[in-house]
Design a protein around this ligand. Structure first.
Ligand SMILES: [Zn+2]
Length: 147
């Protein structure tokens, strides 16, 4: 239940923000989701809608999600590239097993800190000697409240 954990994170931090600002109700929550969190949006929204019933402050809030790409740093040419998970699946056929392993790791890990995987291909020199710099961030960008 990876999505449930992420939804809970969004729920908690939004509620804390609302309470801190003495807001009566949260109407909208805008979240930017790193593409490499591998979160299924429908499941995230479903989980959030279950959670939000716990608090009258947040029960009417709508969740809006935008995706942000991952960024890798190449250890060979020292350049960074933007990557999306779907593209990686398409170009990584020979690396399908490693990509599966990566997917499992993301789903198992409780914290979403960076992992060194040497899996993603540099867009400049095609090296796989790369580190994932970002792409697992869950950022609450904006909360619309009713005072
Ligand atoms: Zn490179």
């Amino acid at each position: 239940m990876h999505e449930f954990a992420v939804a809970n994170q969004i729920y908690q931090s939004s509620l804390e923000t609302a309470i801190h600002h003495k807001a009566a109700k949260i109407l909208e929550i805008k979240v930017e989701l790193g593409d490499f969190t591998l979160v299924v949006e429908e499941l995230l929204i479903f989980s959030f809608n279950v959670l939000k019933k716990q608090s009258p402050i947040i029960e009417e809030a709508e969740l809006y999600i935008t995706r942000s790409p991952g960024e890798i740093l190449c250890n060979d040419c020292k350049k960074t590239s933007e990557i999306w998970f779907n593209e990686e699946q398409e170009i990584s056929e020979e690396n399908a097993d490693e990509l599966d392993l990566f997917t499992q790791k993301v789903h198992q890990s409780k914290d979403l800190r960076l992992m060194s995987v040497n899996l993603f291909k540099c867009r400049h020199c095609n090296s796989r000697n790369t580190d994932l710099l970002s792409g697992k961030d869950i950022v609450v960008k904006n909360i619309k409240v009713q005072d």
